[in-house]
Design a binder for this molecule. Structure first.
Ligand code: ADP
Length: 459
């Protein structure tokens, strides 16, 4: 057991603040890093100490400087690094180099990240664990001929995907062979640019599925549990916008099957720390594994609200060697996890819905939030006078509502978002409210195409 005294968070914005808070509550000192661009950002003031990184680097590259960040951590006597999501969170080399430097990486091991962060490798893990996967070819396409052959094998329409993909990048839907090669080449170059790896594979494209994912938590003693599912079907261009739990459309039997399949995959690789196993559920109710994210996710809040477990604190505790059944983590067995009620998270972004959701930037003149009973706010850089920069993701605040019934929870979310007052930059609040007000949403009927199929949501 290694007790942490200081944790460095290799991230920014809301997730950095989320981790600093967990550290404070655990009595651990928190260390922030920030780029030149972020010198006036809120998050660095929430840590006990903060240091500039990437002085001569770009705003994003500053957070990707593996050697500099580890060097700083060593200099400052840091015991562990939390990577948050995005940036270095799924970088196996970073996890390995932390370990080599004697610093604990708060997440799975580098080898696990290698195996699970790669969508081809993780599909093979799932198949071997007898978990259903989307029909496809689990190897990288090496040539135009192979692309044609694999696509024909899957049967059009097909989905072209980057093995290293994330955030919806490197993905293309292809409905006929004439479109195939262009889509393949553009996915390849997008993947190369975004992830530095251009391995592309092909699988069957599912028409209008739901996206259901399962939160997993494992310790270093071989104990693994799931914390039930989230429905993340409300997406724009494959990016999640509203997430909730429980997935109201699932039967209890289906929920149990999906959670058990998620556990099978996690157990197959002896998973440790927090992770998410993602599935698509088709119109006939069949579920298929799509990928595993070996890190904390943006939408972990909804799971925390209904289970009462602090997933970020649990990550930090298991990284120190605590077992799930220790009094500190408090999960003696799977049966201990009893979700209560409903939770919905809405991602408020600084995007302009009237201009095709183009990110809006500039100074926030007014920022007032709507908290109150049943509302949790995880803010990034929102305060009166703050500046929203064009260099980072446009998430302003996550509004998470929780209540006894789904209807009550929707009403609370709408109330809080309506109370939110932001001037100076445009936000997507009107759009979020339009979705929350739709009958299909109330009935749990929305699939991943809901937004694209309903242009009136933009009014
Ligand atoms: P990323 O890692 O970029 O988020 P995912 O593999 O998790 O990519 O997929 C993101 C979203 O893309 C899914 O939630 C779903 O909406 C859509 N998607 C992915 N694969 C398929 C598929 N084979 N058929 C239909 N939709 C898919």
């Amino acid at each position: 057991m290694k007790k942490f005294k200081r944790i460095l968070v290799a991230n920014r914005g809301e997730i950095a603040i989320r981790v600093f808070r967990a550290c404070k509550e655990l009595g651990i000192r928190s260390v922030a890093i920030y780029s030149n661009e972020d010198r006036t950002s809120l998050f660095r003031t929430k840590a006990d100490e903060s240091y500039l990184v990437g002085k001569n680097k770009g705003p994003v590259e500053a957070y990707l400087g593996i050697d500099e960040i580890i060097g700083l951590a060593l200099k400052k006597g840091v015991d562990a690094i939390h990577p948050g999501y995005g940036f270095l969170s799924e970088n196996a080399e970073f996890a390995r180099k932390c370990a080599e430097a004697g610093i604990v990486f708060i997440g799975p091991t580098g080898d696990m990240i290698d195996n699970l962060g790669d969508k081809i490798k993780s599909k093979i893990v799932a198949k071997n664990a007898n978990v259903p996967t989307i029909p496809g070819v689990e190897k990288p396409i090496k040539s135009d001929e192979e692309a044609k052959e694999f696509a024909a094998f899957c049967g059009y329409p097909v989905m072209i995907k980057a093995a290293a993909g994330g955030g919806g990048r490197g993905m293309r839907i292809v409905t006929k062979e004439e479109e195939l090669l262009e889509a393949f080449h553009s996915a390849q170059s997008e993947a190369k640019k975004a992830f530095g790896i251009d391995d592309i594979f092909i699988e069957k494209y599912l028409e209008k599925p739901k996206h259901i994912e399962v939160q997993i938590l494992g310790d270093t003693h071989g104990n693994i549990v799931h914390l039930y599912e989230r429905d993340c079907s409300i997406q724009r261009r494959h990016q999640k916008l509203i997430e909730f739990t429980p997935a109201v459309s699932l039967t209890q039997k289906k929920r149990e099957q999906i959670c058990q399949d998620a556990l099978k995959i996690a157990k197959a690789v002896d998973y440790c720390n927090a992770g998410t196993v993602e599935f698509l559920v088709d119109k006939n109710g069949n579920h298929y594994f799509i990928e595993m994210n070996p890190r904390i996710q943006v939408e972990h809040t909804v799971t925390e609200m209904v289970t009462g477990y602090d997933i970020v604190q649990s990550q930090i505790l298991v990284a120190q060697g605590y077992s799930l059944d220790s009094p500190e983590v408090g999960i003696a067995s799977q049966a201990d996890i009893k979700p209560r009620g409903f939770a919905i998270q809405c991602r408020v972004t600084t995007e302009d819905p009237s201009n095709n959701f183009a990110p809006d930037t500039g100074k926030i003149d007014v920022y007032r939030t709507g908290s109150g009973f049943g509302i949790r706010l995880d803010g990034g850089n929102g305060f009166t006078g703050s500046v929203i920069s064009p260099y980072y993701d446009s998430l302003l605040v996550k509004v998470t509502a929780q209540s006894r019934t789904f209807e009550d929870t929707i009403r609370k979310a709408i109330r809080s978002i309506k109370e939110l007052s932001v001037a100076g930059v445009k936000t997507n609040t009107g759009f979020l409210i339009n979705v929350l007000n739709r009958e299909e949403f109330h009935k749990g009927l929305c699939d991943t195409h809901f937004i694209a199929d309903n242009p009136s949501l933009f009014d």
